[in-house]
Design a protein around this ligand. Structure first.
Ligand code: ADP
Length: 300
């Protein structure tokens, strides 16, 4: 049963560790934790959710720049113990979200974290933190990140496995964002006995992605993401302090997209039994609604 052998994932802050529970879910669940696998999702192809297209600006997912942050602020992250899923299930969800650069993973992760109380593990954020801190991993990753290439598997796999071993991930569950990004990374998770409840693939066409990336800016104070064309801030002060990621240029996003396309099918192929595709061109709120339904179904 492939779902039993499937995935798991992670991201967010920097350190911490945690030993993967065995992929053979129920028998390896930690005390007090109910692990279930979405056997009802096995026919993943039949369950793919592709919403109808909407208008041009909505289709770019820039309905509101602050939607995800607003969710976080008004609905502080519950602990996993407080989260009661559909059918009254309490558990620590194990989720993976995948998608091309600027497909909206970061925005959706904020909403998912707020609703399910999971630990958000973004490998991009983890690596950027490592580069800023000048750690060994950061020094090894920097040149790859600067050029838009993937960091070598042997560098990132160890970081992720270590992070997944941390007590907060065991207790609250996790949301892997940006990992696994290659077949080797997916295999490493499986070999470590890491399995997931759900693999969400955010699908957005390349031409929209390039447009999103080049105009994307982050507020270093609040972490909110804006777009210079689709969702600029109203406040002059915020506008002045916005920062652009050094790899958010047209030249580098083309390299990043090339890497993404070279690997994505192999990664998706590792999770067919728990995979659900979501149309990432919809407004963030609509994408969120589709994702929540998917997760609720997977956790029931
Ligand atoms: P994006 O998904 O928009 O490219 P991320 O913030 O997820 O941005 O990642 C930024 C960079 O970090 C990537 O271009 C790559 O160099 C590196 N990186 C992140 N996750 C991984 C990973 N799983 N494997 C290899 N490199 C990674």
């Amino acid at each position: 049963m492939k779902s039993i052998l499937s995935i798991a994932v992670l991201i967010s802050s920097a350190n911490a560790f945690f030993t993967q529970p065995s992929a053979v879910a129920p028998s390896t669940a930690k005390a007090g934790e109910t692990r279930r696998h979405p056997t009802h999702l096995n026919a993943s192809k039949n369950r793919r959710k592709v919403a109808s297209r909407t208008t041009w600006s909505e289709a770019r997912g820039y309905g509101t720049a602050t939607s995800a942050a607003a969710v976080s602020e008004s609905d502080p992250s519950p602990s996993a113990a407080d989260v009661v899923g559909v059918g009254g299930r309490k558990a620590a969800p194990r989720l993976i979200i995948a998608g091309a650069p600027a497909s909206g993973k970061g925005t959706q992760c904020e909403s998912i974290k707020a609703k399910y109380g999971v630990v958000h593990l973004s490998t991009g954020d983890m690596l950027r933190a490592a580069v800023s801190a000048g750690t060994d991993v950061g020094m090894r990753a920097k040149e790859y990140m600067d050029s838009g290439r993937l960091v070598p598997d042997e560098v990132i796999i160890g970081v992720v496995k270590e992070r997944l071993n941390s007590p907060d991930c065991a207790e609250s569950g996790w949301l892997l964002d940006g990992f696994p990004r290659t077949l080797e990374q997916a295999n490493a998770l499986a070999e470590a006995g890491v399995s997931a409840d759900c693999f969400i693939f955010l699908n957005v066409p390349d031409e929209i992605l390039v447009e999103r990336v080049v105009g994307r800016r982050t507020d270093p104070v609040t972490g909110k993401i804006y777009h210079m064309t689709f969702s600029p801030p109203d406040d002059e002060e915020i506008l002045k302090r916005l920062e652009q990621r050094s790899d958010d240029t047209e030249e580098k996003v083309k390299v990043r997209l090339g890497q993404f396309h070279a690997n994505v099918e192999a990664v998706r192929g590792s999770y067919t039994d728990i995979a659900v595709e979501v149309d990432g061109t919809q407004r963030p709120e609509e994408v969120s609604a589709m994702i929540m339904k998917t997760i609720d179904a997977a956790l029931t």
